[in-house]
Design a protein around this ligand. Structure first.
Ligand code: GDP
Ligand code: MG
Length: 177
């Protein structure tokens, strides 16, 4: 893709975090090359993907880091967070435990990450409404009380995926420019 070769005005690092199998890798593959996988390949994670975004005639290269499944062993290290200006903190709306763990992920973010990191709380798999265990309202309320942005997404149906990443990237751009 030619856009990867384009000159950019800014380069940002952002990270994906959240429990195993919530859809982090599929959100990233949707955003970076519009792909979705039905099978989960937790051990073959890419390190990161790039995508260029144009905001107010500036080209921003977003470098988004994905885990290679280390989250299953709670083995994400501080180097994963180093230099990151943003994070998508993802849970699965059909598994309450992944929502309950959001607080744990926030503690880790605040311990290892930048204090002014832009965090978007993402409730993924909103296509599975019939199996929903976490109301949208609960996600919104948690985000509000923790000072995060919020969005429900479906990587499967490509709902709000672009919007979630762009909200994060736009906010980072606001803060850093
Ligand atoms: P990760 O461990 O957080 O990176 O999760 P993956 O991206 O590997 O996804 C885990 C599983 O959930 C895979 O079987 C995906 O196909 C599935 N999945 C991911 N996103 C969605 C979604 O939005 N809707 C549905 N129905 N399934 C999804
Ligand atoms: Mg993954």
């Amino acid at each position: 893709d030619d856009s990867y070769e384009e000159e950019c005005d800014y380069l940002f690092k952002a990270v994906l975090i959240g429990d195993s199998a919530v859809g982090k890798s599929n959100l990233l593959s949707r955003f970076s090359n519009d792909e979705f996988r039905l099978d989960s390949k937790p051990t073959i994670g890419v390190e990161f993907a790039y995508r260029n975004v144009k905001i107010a005639d500036k080209i921003i290269k977003a470098q988004i880091w994905d885990t290679a499944g280390q989250e299953r062993f709670r083995a994400i290290t501080s180097s994963y967070y180093r230099g990151a200006l943003g994070a998508l903190l993802v849970y699965d709306i059909t598994r309450r435990a992944t929502f309950d763990n959001v607080k744990k992920w926030l503690r880790e973010l605040r311990e290892f990450g930048n204090l002014d990191m832009v965090v978007v709380l993402v409730g993924n798999k909103c296509d599975l409404g019939q199996s929903r265990e976490v109301d949208e309202e609960e996600g919104k309320n948690l985000a509000e009380s923790e000072g995060l942005c919020f969005m429900e997404t479906s990587a499967l149906e490509n709902l709000n995926v672009e919007a979630a990443f762009l909200q994060m990237i736009g906010k980072i751009h606001e803060i850093t420019s």
